[in-house]
Design a protein around this ligand. Sequence first.
Ligand code: ZN
Ligand code: ZN
Length: 260
Amino acid sequence: MRFCAISSGSSGNCTFIETQEHRLLIDVGLSARTIEGMLKEKKIDPATISAIFVTHEHADHIRGVGVWARRYKIPVMATAGTWKGMERSIGQVPGELRVEIVSGKGYRMGDLRIESIPTCHDANDPCAYTVESGGRKVSVITDTGMTTPVMYKHLCESDIAVIESNHDIDMLMHGPYPAALKRRIRSNLGHLSNQDCGELLCRVREYNPNGTFLLGHLSEENNRPGLALSTVSTMVAEKLGTSGPIDLTARDRSTDIYIV
Ligand SMILES: [Zn+2]
Ligand SMILES: [Zn+2]
């Protein structure tokens, strides 16, 4: 499989996953035109994408979904709650392209199996995704205020995964956000901090020493890429002696294409 975090962060999210038979996008959270440009830079023809899977209805995940579906006539998969939440903002998606999925279920598409993973987030019916093909597994787990045993299991089995490292707790608490927003971000329905991500990775690494983990959905206001990477890597290295492969995603450029 090939895997690339096209864009990740509180300003817009999109992940590219390729198997022998399919090319998927998880979320189109920037304008369709911006994502098209970022794919082309990676020599990926936007017209070859076969489906979009949406995690939840927040703007940083759906901005380009409607335009993309209409332009390329490809199906959009989302839970009933996410459809309800995004319908007005993405415009009309023709009935035949509108697919409702159930959170927590697995779906087969040619040579791949994709499973939605319920997340803990302040949206209608949010989920993350894990994709398996040819004995390999990749996952994208962001926008969750807590981790669950199902997330942990999939991360232990993943060859590569984006996991959320949204904010540094000190930067958030001493930063300019209003108190209610700080509480929302820190709540069980908010976002994982660098410290939460480090704790999760310490547990996952014990069972998955070689998987590559990409820190994702970094806040522009309450985090710094170098700080996220050093916080998480240091926590894992202090516990296990080595951090293993941990990389960053970015909001304004795509990661390398990883092959697993
Ligand atoms: Zn988000
Ligand atoms: Zn969100």
